[in-house]
Design a binder for this molecule. Structure first.
Ligand SMILES: NC(=O)c1ccc[n+]([C@@H]2O[C@H](COP(=O)([O-])OP(=O)(O)OC[C@H]3O[C@@H](n4cnc5c(N)ncnc54)[C@H](O)[C@@H]3O)[C@@H](O)[C@H]2O)c1
Length: 270
């Protein structure tokens, strides 16, 4: 077995995630939904790598707490209050980020929510509109607002958080949300392919159930059902999504664009 041990030893020495050491130093990520859950975890992972973090959220108090943690790990942070459904608010966010850090290299769209659970026949116009405004229009707004800047730099990576719900359709409780996340995946693919020759990559992540505030509105029965459905028999952690965002943005991932990546403990669509 000496070959095996030699191999594992070399792999451990080789473990740096970005191909270039310090790849993220002084690069800037804008995180929507940065005050909580997946956005918050990603903010601290990028801070660990020395990136500047723009923590953008409709909850500025929560965003301040995250920014303080980023600064505690010796990285720079900026808090911007934003409602991603409001285009002028998003345009101001992008302008503020560029003004502070000079450029935005990465965009993570994590702001999103399933809203009220509802059977298909009980979805009303307001629930439909709110779900698409937050989950689809929010992603459209930030991408369209930041892209001219990224094109000018001939560089940028956009990561949008979709959901495994797009594979299941959300029958009985979340058809509105599942279909909105399907739109996020398609939107990401289209943008990726349209701007592939401008130095831009765009990817989405489809998480299974992740243990964040998002799940607090799920009934205990729904939470149990989701966990039972995962072969690993647990929910994921937000950090397990954040590390994928880091990999996607890194120079170890330069041939990857357009697709969605499933992170789901082996379940979520069967
Ligand atoms: N947690 C899960 O099980 C799960 C599974 C699949 C996909 N997702 C997706 O992951 C993303 C992150 O969810 P999370 O689990 O971290 O949830 P979370 O509730 O912990 O975080 C969502 C954040 O978005 C912010 N936000 C809400 N509306 C906003 C708006 N209009 N403008 C700006 N910010 C706004 C909230 O204030 C909050 O900080 C969402 O898009 C969600 O749909 C979550």
């Amino acid at each position: 077995m000496p070959g095996y041990f030699q191999f594992t030893f070399i792999r451990k020495q080789d473990r740096e995630l970005p191909k270039s050491p310090d790849y993220f130093h002084d690069k800037t990520i804008l995180v929507t939904g940065g005050a909580s859950g997946i956005g918050r975890a990603t903010a601290s992972i990028f801070a660990r790598e020395g990136a500047n973090v723009i923590v953008a959220d409709i909850d500025p108090k929560g965003a301040e707490v995250v920014a303080a943690a980023v600064r505690d790990s010796n990285a720079n942070a900026q808090v911007v209050a934003v409602d991603v459904t409001d285009r002028s608010s998003v345009d101001s966010l992008i302008a503020a980020g560029i003004d502070t850090f000079g450029r935005i290299d990465f965009l993570l769209n994590s702001a999103g929510a399933a809203g009220r659970r509802s059977s298909f026949l009980d979805i009303d116009a307001e629930l439909w509109r709110q779900t698409y405004a937050l989950n689809v229009e929010g992603v459209f707004n930030t991408m369209q607002s930041v892209l001219p800047h990224m094109i000018e730099n001939n560089h940028g990576v956009i990561v949008n958080i979709a959901s495994m719900a797009h594979r299941r359709g959300g029958p009985g409780h979340s058809t509105h949300y599942a279909s909105a996340k399907g739109a996020v995946i398609t939107l990401t693919m289209g943008v990726a392919r349209e701007f592939v020759d401008r130095g831009i990559r765009a990817l989405s992540i489809s998480p299974g159930p992740i243990d964040t505030a998002f799940q607090s509105v799920s009934s205990p029965e729904l939470r149990q059902g989701m966990t039972d459905d995962v072969p690993m028999k647990r929910m994921g952690t937000p950090e397990e999504i954040g590390e994928m965002v880091l990999f996607m943005c890194s120079d170890a991932c330069e041939f990857m664009t357009a697709d969605t990546v499933y992170i789901n403990g082996g379940g979520g669509f069967r």
